[in-house]
Each structure stands twice: as C-alpha cells, then as structure tokens.
Design a protein around this ligand. Sequence first.
Ligand code: ADP
Ligand code: MG
Length: 464
Amino acid sequence: MTDKSQPAGILKEVWQKALQELKNTIPAPTFESFLKTSYPLSMAGSTVTLAVSNLMATDVIENKYSTTINKTFSDCLGSNVTVKCEYVEPPKKEEETKPVKTTRSRKAKKPEAFENISRPLNNSYTFNNFIVGDSNRFAYACCISVTTAPMETYNPLFIYGGSGLGKTHLMCAIGHYVEEKFPDKRVVYVSGENFTYHYVKSLREHKIDEFRRSYRNIDVFLVDDIQFIVGKEHTEEEFFHTFNSIFDEGKQIVLTSDKAPGELKLSPRMVSRFEKGIVTSVAPPNLETRMAILEGKAKAENMNLSPEVILYIAGIATENVRQLEGALVKLHVYTSINPGEEVTVDVAKELLSDYLKVRNEPLNMDINLVVNTVAEVLSVSPEDIMGKERSKSIAEARHISMYLIRNLMELSFQTIGKAFGGKDHSTVVHACEKIEEIQKTDRDVQIKINNIRNKINEYATEGK
Ligand code: ADP
Ligand code: MG
C-alpha cells in the first residue's frame, strides 16, 4: 500500500504521458526548465499537486500555460483536473520520476539520425498487459503476426479506431517486442505530428536531404496518428515517398489513425497504399472486457477492489480505456490517502461522481440521432427502421439501432421497446443479443457498427 508521500504510480504514469504530449506543444526551453522533471505528489478532488524543482515553475505552470497543461493532463486522465505546484528540492542523483528503463542491452544502437526522429516507446505498453476482448481481438492478432514475422505477413498494418482504445498501446507493444526479439532490427516510432514537425523544420532549415536520409534503413516503421498529416499537402507528399521507399525495401510499416483509410481525406493513391496490407479496427470494449481491463490494472497497482466495485466502474466508464484508467487513478489516490479503508460501491460512487456527469453529458444524443445515423450509413430510411417492415436489411438496421441505443444511451430495454412502437422488452433484448453475437464472428459487421458508433459520437459532439 502506498502512503501520502508516495502518489499512485498510475498517476505518475498518466503525468508522464501528458508530458510526452506537452513536449510537442510547450516551447522546448520552457518545457526543459520547468516541466520535464515535475511529477505528481498528490490528488485531492480535482486538484493535482505537482512537485517542481524550479521556483519559477509555479508561475509558468499555474498561470502562463495553465490552460494547455490542465487540458492535456485532463485528457490523458479522462477526468477534469487542475494542476497546482509545490516546490520540492531537486534530488541529488537521477530522479525517480523518469520512466523506468527496461533492460534492453541487446538492442541495436540507432544511428544518431534515428535518435532525432524516433520517439521513445512507452515502456508500460506491452503485449503482456494488453487485455484482449471482442473489441480488439483481430487487431491484436494482426499485431502478433507482424511481430513474429515482420515484413512477411501483413504489410502495411493499419489500425484505426476512436481515442483511448489501445492503438498506441498495440503499436508500442510491437516496437518493444521486435526490439527484444530482433535486436538488430531498427524500429522507428513517430507520430503524424512529429513527422510533420520534422519535415517542416527541415524545409525551413534547408536540411531536407538530411531529413530523408534519417528515414533510410528502417526495418520497422511505426507511425501513430497518421490522420495528422491529412490536409497538409506537402507533408502528405513527403510521407508518400517515405512510405514507398521503406515499403519497397520490403520493410514493415504499421500505421494508426482515428479513421479507416477510406475515410481519411487523403489522396486516393495514399489510401490505396494503406489498404494494400491489412486494415483492422479497435472498438470500445464491452462490459466484460472493461471489467478484465480494470482487474488487470488494479492488480498491477496492488489495488484490492471488490467485484462489485469493478462492475460499478465498468458500468459507468463506458467510452474508452482511458476513462477506466482515470477512474482507477481516483480510487488509487483515495486508498493511498486512506490506507486500510475499503473502497465500497458507495465510496466509488462518491469519488467518481464526475464520471456520472460525463455519462449524462453527451446528451446531444437521442434516439432519433442514433436511428438517423444508422439509416444514413446503411442506406435505409429512418421511417422503415421505426416501422414494422421485416425485410432482412431493414430488420438488421432496426436491431443495430436498438443495440446502439442501449449501448450509447443505456436506456432500459422497456423504454427502447416503447420508442419502437410499443415493442415488448424481450424483443429488444433479443435484438441486442443477436447483434452482440454477430459481432463476435463477423468482423465486417463489427467494423460497420464501429463506424456508425463513431459517426453518432461525432454528430452528438457537433450537436447535429
Ligand atoms: P489510443 O492510442 O487508441 O488513443 P492508447 O493506446 O493510448 O489509446 O490507450 C489509452 C490507455 O488505455 C493506455 O494507457 C493503454 O495502456 C490503455 N489500454 C487501451 N486498451 C487496453 C487494453 N485492451 N488492455 C489494457 N490497457 C489498455
Ligand atoms: Mg494513440
């Protein structure tokens, strides 16, 4: 059990993640001087206290960059927090805040140029701690194939899906695994954003040849969040050449994105390159998987949570894994501050009350929005979905609508039945079970439903 002076390891992990993002948005000198060595000390309510080793950091962190820092940390945590600073004298030796280095002595040393382009792989993202469920089984299997026989099976491997669903985790896991098993292979991990940034920088500094040289001799090229290059014409063009030269040498490429290749507004030739290998998606985990993820993460943090509490959290944090982690962090901080006190469902309810609010918020969402979106994607009419027609395509659209309403809005079966012209609640239960079953075996349906779900969320956020 941790005590007050030792904040939850998981909170530190999330802060490290936030720092990686902040590194790209806060000017480098500021980041290096004030943020780099900071680490979370404690969390009370929605306030996180950070230890800083520079007296001026308070002003910079709490005032000048507070909006960016609070937002980035909140996004990573899956819950709104405000950051405060406390000066702590810097340790004499290497600070314990640096991410733990795993022993990878056999790993091939990358030429200097690579150090400039490759981001460090997140050490906590491995296959070992990735929970496999229906929502990510196929993506996981593809990643395993790629790692056991890079360049031979799926190339490129394209993984897409909403935020916080494990794309970066899987990508880093591939990187770690290849570095471990094939130490002589050169793994380069960049994000679409890094690529763009380096490209623009080298253009500005007339170092484009150097830039291109640095992308040579890569064995495994991992590109996270490729959607970032969309609409950046020159960067896209440069990426196209980089991609081709690596691909033509028979080297492995893995890409992630928030959308399927065809939905990214990229040039058709780029899309067709992406689709040449295998395209797979990750969907929001179902209740069972969410529970397994929570159990795994709680165990890793030595947290003792009862099955009721696990079920309660999995029931309210439904959107993505980041949200689940945010909930755990809150409970972990509570147990750190109140050692020996049991986390009951009531305590969890109290601590996670803002999650309940989050769940009630995206209620730009209503039944019509779900039905209209299903109708739009499946090219049927909303009236038919709500009506009585029993043709296969209409019945399927109706079942998918019921399933998504249940999943996204968590209305009771009875209420949904009523909305569909007074259908019995067992009809709705049957429809939901049927769609869950089909998704287990039919990947196309899984992808189709995932696309509809993403669209609904998009529309709901836009307030369409
Ligand atoms: P994405 O890149 O899709 O936005 P990430 O890979 O960053 O999402 O995942 C968000 C967080 O959720 C990470 O901390 C990751 O470790 C965790 N996570 C996602 N999926 C799983 C999973 N299936 N098992 C365990 N942890 C997961
Ligand atoms: Mg990611």
